[in-house]
Ligand binder design. Sequence first.
Ligand code: ARG
Length: 483
Amino acid sequence: MGQEQKVLWSGRFSQGAAEETLAFTSSLAVDRRLARYDILGSLAHARMLARQGIIAEEDGESIAAGLKQLYAQAEEGTLPIDPKLEDIHSNIEFLLTSMIKDAGARLHTGRSRNDQVATDLRMWQRDAILETIDAIYGLEHALMERASDTVDVIMPGFTHVQHAQPISLAHHLMAHFQRLTRDAERFADCYRRTNISPLGSAALAGTTYNIDRLYTAELLSFDAPCANSLDGVSDRDFVAEHLFAASLCAVHLSSLCEELVYWSSPEFGFAEMDDAYSTGSSIMPQKKNPDVAELTRGRAGASIGDLVNMLCTLKALPLSYNRDLQEDKAALFAAHDRTVSCLRLAAAMVATVRFDSERMLAATRDGFLNATDLADYLVTKGLPFRKAHEVVGAAVRHCIEHGKRLEELTLDELRSFSELIGEDVFAVLPVERCVLRRMSVGGTSPNVIPMQFSQGMSALRRQSEMVQKEKGRLGRAYQQLLE
Ligand code: ARG
């Protein structure tokens, strides 16, 4: 068969499109990843057409048999894809029609590539979201494991990258955990809006055939058919939402990796990356660089770029389908692959990084991390906080001038700043005590950190239940179509 006969829309044209037009418009390099979803979607559509009497029972059967064969080939990676056909949908329809002739040519009744591609992409994205939540789970799990061993490790807490107050390392790690939990929730929320079927919207206006959209939605395990066919073929909100969730997750990973990078510098010396996640220098033999963390930090920009790319594609599109929408897939696929690989590597880095608890503790000695505690002490003696703040500020200035720490001042020196200070002040100044006393809900005290562990465990349980449940539902639906 010649190229002209192979394109799906050759009838209206007196001559074929220019080679460069075909190359320019082709989406095959990107959308071949949709093959399995395209076939499953077609299986559902064909089953519905036959059930509604729109195509003959026998045609429905040969379409299903042909598609199942193609599905097996797609799963093996042996689908004979013709790069000259503009997209994966054309390829599959062409292969089917070559196999079963006219019956195959009946598959596209009451359907368009516009609703077809939107359906495929939503199906792809459901799996992508489940894979992402699973990858987030891996990193959350690694963070929680490390946190459970480091509740008593004390380090400086920072604001403005300046020493602020002493905290538990576990508390710091669990802050990253919280961000990731929200990421997982965002993806799960996006899943709900992804899980709507555009199939049956046809080109844009619906169709004259008596199709059953509820039935195809159910066969493909979608929650419902979309309510408006124009919206069905043009809505890519779900892609933009996914890209936002991926971008914010990338920002969180970048922030975590930034810390791993500078914590591994000799100036900090808080952490040493495992050799498995470090690389060396071609010229400096002594070097061990945290490249995996740096690349994770660096790649966040690309995901943000993918989000902006998608939003720009959408911003001025009139209803309904426009070919610009084809650009959604490259951005979405790239961002997804990047998100999952960054998450998996971050989990491995967190699981294996060595923390130097002595260096961390030593770093808490300088920088007056206990200054707030001294002010709080004065408040317990009756001084209003704002006045206590000023008193301690003066004491800190005195310490800086004399090269001393607050806890190294004598009682007399301390009393020169406030008569309210007594011998008992020395019990509140050690950083261990400062950490221990911060028992407010969500605080850093080892007495309350376990609350974060139990909440975190419930979040992990919810995530894994959601992933298992949905994977099961999708798996069963697809299995039924393939039986
Ligand atoms: N390849 C297209 C896309 O990804 C789907 C085909 C729709 N083409 C068309 N001419 N309406 O959006």
